[in-house]
Design a protein around this ligand. Structure first.
Ligand SMILES: [Zn+2]
Ligand SMILES: [Zn+2]
Length: 250
């Protein structure tokens, strides 16, 4: 006669007690400022550092969203990007960089919820989610999906879509070429690395539809440009982009 297996509720409870004991015995430090974290604070990042996240406020470029621009920036005026408009929630600075790292590379999925809240509380008025037919997260290659276990942009997209009641398109676009991580490359190498990485699978689904592309970080724009150029083959009515964070070059 075998003993009954421990139910997941009990295991969950035991793990919770164990984790609390560990935190009590070895108090964790904030990943950003290294002060000791209180048990009640946000895990891994202290409340002070979390307050440091810098949200973008208008004015910004009507097209690419670059901050402190009235109207359209010089770059967009000279060579307009392939998307309608791009908006980002916050600057890619130390705290947000740590939060995204914890979420994406250390797989602390609790950060998905924190980051979704951050986005949903700050969606720009000119990028209202309800104005789109579909939300489309930037896909990752199946090898990366297998390594990481999830697509960070997909989790963010689902969290945003749920609140607005807009469907998420999961299979209209695929990343059919496995590439080196963009974050490991310089500006020019990124563009070269990403060319031809995406493939539209269901052009009919996006035909004449208003699509909002979601990604976690916007750096050089190489990934977004590639995604947009591929999606344009399906003739959507509108292609805009919303990213959680972006770097700003001066
Ligand atoms: Zn801190
Ligand atoms: Zn611009």
């Amino acid at each position: 006669m075998g003993s009954r297996p421990i139910s997941w509720q009990v295991r969950h409870l035991l793990w919770g007690i164990f984790e609390t004991a560990i935190i009590f015995l070895y108090p964790a430090k904030c990943r950003v400022c290294e002060t000791l974290l209180e048990v009640t604070s946000l895990r891994y990042i202290c409340a002070n550092c979390w307050q440091d996240i810098q949200f973008f406020e208008p004015p910004w470029c009507d097209i690419c969203g670059k901050p402190d621009i009235d109207g359209v920036c010089d770059e967009c005026a000279v060579s307009p990007p392939p998307y309608g408009k791009l908006r980002s929630i916050a600057l890619y600075q130390t705290t947000l960089q740590q939060a995204i790292h914890l979420f994406k590379f250390e797989k602390k999925k609790v950060f998905a919820q924190h980051l979704i809240q951050l986005i949903n509380a700050r969606i720009p008025a000119d990028c209202a989610i309800a104005d789109y037919d579909f939300i489309l997260p930037v896909p990752i290659h199946k090898v990366r999906l297998w390594e990481r276990g999830f697509n960070q942009s997909m989790l963010l997209a689902k969290g945003i879509a749920q609140v607005a009641g807009v469907p998420v398109l999961t299979d209209a676009l695929v990343r059919h070429r496995h590439t080196v991580a963009q974050s490991s490359l310089g500006m020019e190498a990124r563009q070269h690395n990403i060319v031809g990485a995406f493939k539209i699978r269901k052009p009919d689904v996006i035909h004449n539809k208003r699509i909002l592309i979601i990604d976690d970080v916007f750096t050089t724009g190489a990934t977004v440009r590639e995604v947009v150029n591929e999606l344009r083959k399906g003739n959507p009515a509108k292609l805009d982009v919303l990213t959680l964070s972006r770097t700003v070059y001066h």
